[in-house]
Write a protein of this length. Structure first.
Length: 230
């Protein structure tokens, strides 16, 4: 009961919109655990029974990868984050304003897919608020971060998608991430850092690719597909 009271308090403080959307998914079975380490606070909420082993792995992943992503991309990123294992959420995971929701069924079937955390918390680091930020690049950078900072990618069978004819940089996720890795290696070290900074500052536009690399994104992609070796 005490736990539930705390949960309601927390919900009132931070989750009013979420609560309003899905009141039936928060139940008296809900549990909240708060962990503070090295200046970071993680609230872990679940509304269904969940593997304690997986729970600990998700928590450990957060405290491993988030500080690394923050340090490289955005030292002003949030220091308080909430993970919610939510039986009412049917995707894999989704992030909004410091809250990451996870589908418990996904982790039952894919217990090694711990770096879902690495992708999702990069969205908290990104903290893009502009409407001019292309979604494909937001997701490409999040998977780039998973590739660079991931702790269990190999074991989970996750890797960048090999180039095949018909792809485009706007395909997002691993396809865009691979293109970004290639562009940093062959064209401009720190390209992703500059793109990310500009997207957060709302100074991103297509011309930025040319400013940073001397080529438009379409020209870069043409070069990439003629020799996509990493
Ligand atoms: Zn994403």
């Amino acid at each position: 009961m005490k736990k539930y009271a705390f949960l309601l308090l927390l919900l009132n403080l931070t989750f009013v919109p979420l609560f309003a959307q899905m009141p039936d998914t928060i139940s008296a079975n809900a549990e909240v655990k708060t962990i503070t380490r090295d200046g970071l606070t993680l609230h872990f909420i679940r509304n269904v029974p969940f593997s304690p082993v997986t729970q600990q792995r998700l928590i450990d992943a957060f405290f491993t990868v988030y500080p690394a992503e923050v340090k490289r991309f955005n030292p002003n990123a949030a220091t308080e984050v909430t993970f919610m294992v939510d039986s009412g959420y049917k995707g894999v995971a989704a992030t909004s304003h410091g809250l990451v929701r996870y589908n418990p069924e996904w982790f039952k079937k894919h217990p090694e897919d711990i770096d879902v955390v690495t992708h999702e918390v990069m969205h908290i680091v990104q903290n893009y608020r502009s409407n001019h930020v292309p979604g494909w690049l937001t997701e490409g950078i999040a998977d780039y971060a998973r590739y660079v900072f991931g702790i269990n990618n190999e074991k989970s069978g996750w890797s960048l998608t090999a180039y095949k004819a018909g792809q485009n940089y706007t395909n997002a996720y691993r396809i865009t991430a691979r293109f970004l890795v290639w562009a940093e290696k062959n064209k401009k070290q720190g390209l992703v850092d500059s793109l990310d900074n500009n997207m957060r500052a709302d100074t991103y536009g297509p011309e930025l690719w040319k400013e940073l690399t001397g080529k438009t994104v379409d020209e870069l992609w043409q070069e990439y597909i003629t020799n996509p070796v990493l």
